[in-house]
Design a protein around this ligand. Structure first.
Ligand SMILES: [Zn+2]
Ligand SMILES: [Zn+2]
Ligand SMILES: [Zn+2]
Length: 161
């Protein structure tokens, strides 16, 4: 258990990424079980794909991957699976890239800050409570109650600098 990792950006520096994928899938299994959700084959497969690198995938990239593996799928199947994963808080949709990525920290908050590299399109997710609380309190000061925060921050990652 590496707890210190939780609040840090999940870096895409060299590391054993297969551990990241396994971690995401086993977290998803537990979460679905606890919430009484059905973690079907296609949902699992789509989650595996969007966790397969730290780069998000578009819906059609996912469809291509599925077809390459001989899985017959149509766009609505992929969108439904993605919808499920987002609803179950296992994945995020990034508007900036119009793409999807597995959540690095699904058992806690589903609000996060996403560092998106303009060059290599890698994404690091941070779950920084200080930022979340600051936004909440500023919003409250404006008479607004914030329910969901997704911050997409564009720039250049360590590898591309
Ligand atoms: Zn990884
Ligand atoms: Zn997340
Ligand atoms: Zn980069």
């Amino acid at each position: 258990m590496n707890k210190s990792k939780n609040n840090q950006a999940d870096s895409h520096d060299y590391h054993d990424h297969s551990a990241c994928i396994e971690d995401a899938i086993s977290k998803a299994e537990i979460l679905c079980k606890n919430k009484g959700l059905r973690f079907t084959k296609i949902r699992r497969k789509v989650l595996q794909l969007i966790c397969s690198s730290h780069k998000p995938l578009g819906a059609y990239d996912i469809l291509d991957c599925l077809r390459k593996e001989g899985i017959k799928a149509e766009p609505p199947t992929v969108y439904r699976a993605l919808g499920f994963l987002i609803e179950a808080e296992l994945a995020h949709r990034l508007d900036t890239l119009n793409a999807f990525i597995g959540c690095v920290n699904p058992e806690t908050s589903h609000q996060g800050q996403f560092l998106i590299c303009r060059d290599c399109k890698s994404v690091s997710e941070m779950n920084d409570n200080e930022i979340i609380e600051l936004i909440n309190s500023k919003a409250t000061n404006n008479g607004f109650s914030a329910t969901q925060q997704m911050l997409e921050i564009e720039g250049q990652c360590n590898q591309c600098k």
